[in-house]
Design a protein around this ligand. Structure first.
Ligand SMILES: Nc1ncnc2c1ncn2[C@@H]1O[C@H](COP(=O)(O)OP(=O)(O)OP(=O)(O)O)[C@@H](O)[C@H]1O
Length: 303
């Protein structure tokens, strides 16, 4: 189990994180979310022992994770960290990069392991290509494969799919997160993307103003968001009668007390997102058909 106990950290004089505490059990998938600059990457770096804490302690099982003041080499053996700027060896192949830290003692097993990892990150076709010839997204996939090569007990991922195109992203997420669950590898993922969180995470930690604003299941936070920051992470939303109502929970009906005037329709593929004026405030709802500007509609909340 990872135990974060009352940690505080500042870069020079600016406090970034104050008195944070949480736990992550073996095999658990935890997402860290928060606005840009809220300290998600800093938190992952602290968990990896990149910096010395101002206060508090971090443990994996019984072992304390200490910063550079106490360690020549940053990062414990059982933990892997994939940074936003992944750090690969450009002049050797994809396979060689992935195998770089695997033992050469059993060459056949090593090759099988590399093949298994190439499968997880869907890079089989690129195994013999030099890393310097890869795109940003392909490099990110090599970095992910390399991080799980030696099967860590816990992995820290900083926006792991940020360079990967939408064609590949969906299947890669499923493949990687399924692999981590099967091997009981705990993972902590800093992300801006709800699709990294909702289908996979056991828990979500929301960072705001140097503190943990929420630490709960994605289901609970999605169903009953307590504030705009959390609601907006999941979807377009409205506040109606002091309640958070997602755009898809607001429907056009024949008659109701909520009469709105359409401002604009945005095509979203499976529906249109409609922006409208409701008693002087902008509201958003979904409609199967495009609606015309100034068209009057009645809305009803269906949760
Ligand atoms: N090496 C550093 N030295 C000084 N300040 C830093 C350093 N790295 C980050 N910061 C500052 O710390 C704050 C938190 O940065 P961090 O990168 O942890 O945020 P984040 O939540 O990961 O942001 P993003 O979502 O944009 O990646 C920011 O205000 C940033 O400017």
């Amino acid at each position: 189990m990872l135990q974060v106990k009352n940690i505080t950290f500042s870069y020079k004089k600016t406090p970034i994180l104050k008195d944070l505490s949480f736990k992550v059990i073996a095999g658990e998938h935890v997402s860290i979310i928060g606005e840009s600059g809220s300290g998600k990457s800093t938190l992952l770096k602290l968990l990896y022992g990149t910096y010395d804490l101002n206060d508090g302690q971090i443990f994996w099982k019984d072992e304390e994770i200490l910063g550079p003041k106490y360690n020549l080499v940053i990062g414990p053996e059982y933990m892997k960290y994939v940074a936003q700027e992944f750090d690969l060896m450009p002049f050797i192949t994809v396979s060689e990069n992935i195998g770089a830290f695997l033992s050469n003692f059993y060459p056949k097993e090593k090759q099988n392991r590399i093949d298994e990892l190439l499968e997880v990150v869907e890079l089989k076709a690129f195994k013999n290509i030099l890393v310097k010839e890869l795109s940003g997204g392909q490099k990110q996939r090599v970095a992910l494969a390399r991080a799980i090569a030696k099967q860590p007990e816990i992995i820290l991922l900083d926006e792991p799919f940020s360079h990967i195109d939408n064609f590949k992203k969906q299947s890669l997420r499923r493949s990687l997160f399924k692999y981590l669950k099967e091997k009981n590898i705990a993972c902590i993922v800093a992300t801006h993307d709800k699709d990294d969180v909702l289908p996979f995470s056991n828990r979500m930690i929301v960072l705001h103003a140097t503190s943990i604003m929420e630490n709960d299941t994605p289901q609970q936070l999605y169903k009953t968001p307590q504030n705009k920051l959390i609601a907006s992470f999941f979807d377009e939303f409205n506040i109606i009668n002091d309640d958070f109502v997602y755009a898809h929970q607001l429907k056009v009906v024949d008659k109701s007390d909520l009469k709105a005037s359409v401002i604009q329709s945005y095509f979203k593929g499976y529906c249109y997102l409609i922006e409208a004026n409701l008693n002087g405030d902008a509201v958003f709802f979904e409609s199967a058909i495009e609606l015309k500007q100034n068209q009057k509609v009645y809305l009803s909340i269906s949760k």
